[in-house]
Design a protein around this ligand. Structure first.
Ligand code: MG
Length: 454
């Protein structure tokens, strides 16, 4: 079923070598030209065009690239205050190190590991280079995170002179050569299976899942392969005796929806390989937000409000820079026990003003300050549009117009003299408790995960 192992081939001409890109005529296990064993064969090879590309152990790969002495050593990127693993290289993974694992556990599993603090600026830079190479293949690129994206390669064959599968193989080679890290690619007819495929043969992987085999392939997999089925939900399913996707395939939609609501519908569709979400190129601009994690968990308005104000200003600055405005304000809180609360409110018109974002967020926040201690606060806007229609002069509410004008003046001063030149009453003179403590966490617009919208 998968590229590298595909045994019987309908048409031998459908195979090619991932290393020299030569089309294969025979059925040999190695390339007829260069002898490489990395042959891709699949009956649907030329029909599939939805791809998922994911860099292998991205942060660790970048560090290894920049310091060859690390190449054959177990490397863990992470640390900092909360001390968890961000990325482990494959050598460290073999010894049991996983992302999000507490550092002390990781070092128990792999005591000789070299721990490196993340250098986000560098990773963002390299991530952008990889993304630029994706955009050279097609404008239909939907970034999911710093190091992965969906691509729709439909209709690009003329441009590249190669079918999507070969374009992907050539892309992987080019990234290795030009950027010095490796990627894995998955090719399928839908996003759900393209993503699974890219994960299948990591690192330097290339896997294909076609329409014909989708249902039988999924049948053998655990329910956790379905996006949205995390630990908690898989336990719910396990209590109902459901562990494999095969079990879901035998259940009626109405039964699944009756039991699990909207999630039941997702289980029904994805278990059968039905996923008609398109690759959405502008996906990374679906929401703009900023959040921060506190050193000490906090519960009171006194402590939370200055942070909300500072974050609202940050979001506003980003919106203005990108000429964007958002119509829905989203407040995010994470409590001491790691439960996430999100609350949102739609506005009459899109906004890019810190003041409107803040005052809406404040309304939402008031209802959540019930003594719960929070470890994280975030604010953002979604429903984005360009800022042409944002914050229209409001004849009824002269106050809001005045505020908009004042904010324009503050922005102008800050442009000239820097952020610190103007402090508002909410942030002025507040001590360290109110100040975002982990600036590394709120860089760049937060990308809403597409799977949440399935
Ligand atoms: Mg990755």
């Amino acid at each position: 079923m998968f590229a590298a192992m595909a045994a019987p081939v309908n048409d031998p001409e459908h195979g090619f070598c991932r290393d020299c890109l030569t089309l294969q005529r025979g059925r040999t296990m190695r390339c007829e030209r260069c002898g490489s064993p990395r042959i891709v064969r699949h009956p649907e090879l030329h029909k599939l065009h939805i791809a998922h590309i994911d860099c292998d152990a991205f942060y660790a790969a970048v560090e290894k690239r920049d310091n060859p002495a690390l190449r054959d050593k177990p490397v863990i990127i992470g640390g900092g205050k909360r001390g968890v693993v961000s990325t482990a290289c494959y050598i460290a993974r073999i010894q049991g190190v996983r992302s999000a694992m507490p550092m002390f556990k990781a070092l128990e599993a792999c005591p000789e590991a070299i721990v490196i603090k993340p250098d986000m600026e560098k990773y963002v830079r390299v991530g952008r280079e990889v993304r630029a190479m994706m955009f050279a293949l097609t404008p239909q690129v939907e970034p999911i995170s710093i190091d992965e994206a969906f691509l729709d390669l439909a209709g690009t064959e003329k441009l590249h002179g190669l079918p999507p599968a070969m374009v992907l193989a050539r892309f992987s080679q080019a990234v290795e050569k030009e950027i010095g890290i490796t990627v894995s690619a998955g090719l399928s007819y839908c996003k759900f299976l393209a993503k699974i495929a890219s994960d299948f043969r990591k690192p330097r992987g290339f896997a294909i899942i076609g329409k014909e085999e989708a249902v039988s392939f999924l049948a053998d997999q655990p329910v956790t392969m379905i996006w949205g089925v995390g630990k908690a939900f898989s336990e719910v399913l396990a209590r109902d005796g459901i562990r494999t996707i095969a079990q879901l395939q035998k259940m009626e939609r109405s039964d699944l929806m009756g039991r699990y609501g909207v999630m039941g519908d997702r289980l029904y569709r994805l278990s059968r390989g039905q996923d008609d979400r398109r690759v959405e190129p502008d996906h990374d601009a679906k929401s703009v937000s900023a959040e921060t994690t506190f050193d000490t968990d906090i519960a009171t308005m006194d402590d939370l409000v200055p942070v909300l104000r500072a974050l609202s200003e940050k979001v506003s600055t980003r919106l203005k820079k990108a000429n964007l405005a958002g119509r829905t304000v989203v407040l995010k809180l994470k409590s001491q026990d790691f439960k996430i609360r999100t609350r949102n409110r739609q506005l009459g018109d899109p906004t890019r003003l810190a003041d409107r974002i803040f005052s809406t967020g404040l309304d939402l926040l008031r209802k959540e300050t019930d003594g719960t201690k929070y470890r994280l606060l975030g604010i953002g806007v979604s429903d984005l549009s360009d800022d042409g229609k944002a914050d229209p002069p409001d004849l009824v509410d002269m106050q809001s117009r005045k505020r908009a004008l004042a904010e324009g003046a503050i922005d102008a001063l800050r442009d000239k003299f820097g952020r610190k030149a103007v402090e508002t009453g909410y942030t002025f003179g507040k001590g360290h408790r109110g100040r975002p403590s982990r600036p590394d966490e709120d860089e760049g617009p937060e990308v809403q995960h597409p799977w949440e919208r399935i």
